[in-house]
Design a binder for this molecule. Structure first.
Ligand code: MN
Length: 129
């Protein structure tokens, strides 16, 4: 059995570090992508169990990455939770429209990130991989 894998899409190194340390501490395996094309590639190649998607990232933005992944039968079933500083009703609606499964407005408390990951994929499964 492989470990529960989270693809963390985030271009801010401080946020990267905080969420990665937290998720790894709990036992998830974390993959990182710092921009949109890398996020697309890693989602397709690694098929993570869930994606935490920053919206403002270099390359193509998180809305577009989400739209593309949700339009592809190979990746459509991967839950995507938007992590964004665009904390408005319009931004939330746009996340819904492109297919995000969840939405967290920054700044996000680390325990809320964990709770959201757990809500979609449960606690990490044992086993390296
Ligand atoms: Mn960002």
């Amino acid at each position: 059995m492989t470990a529960s894998t989270v693809l963390l899409v985030e271009d801010n190194e401080d946020h990267w570090t905080i969420y990665r340390v937290l998720l790894e501490y709990v036992g998830y395996q974390v993959l990182l992508a710092g921009e949109g094309y890398e996020a697309l590639r890693k989602a397709r190649e690694e098929k993570p169990h869930i994606i935490l998607m920053d919206i403002s990232i270099p390359g193509i933005d998180g809305w577009e990455v989400t739209r593309i992944l949700k339009a592809d039968p190979d990746t459509a079933s991967i839950p995507i939770v938007a992590l964004t500083a665009h904390a408005s009703e319009a931004a939330r609606k746009r996340c819904e429209e492109v297919g995000c499964d969840g939405y967290l407005a920054k700044p996000v408390e680390p325990r809320r990130v964990l709770a959201e990951v757990e809500r979609f994929i449960g606690m990490p499964t044992a086993g390296g991989g």
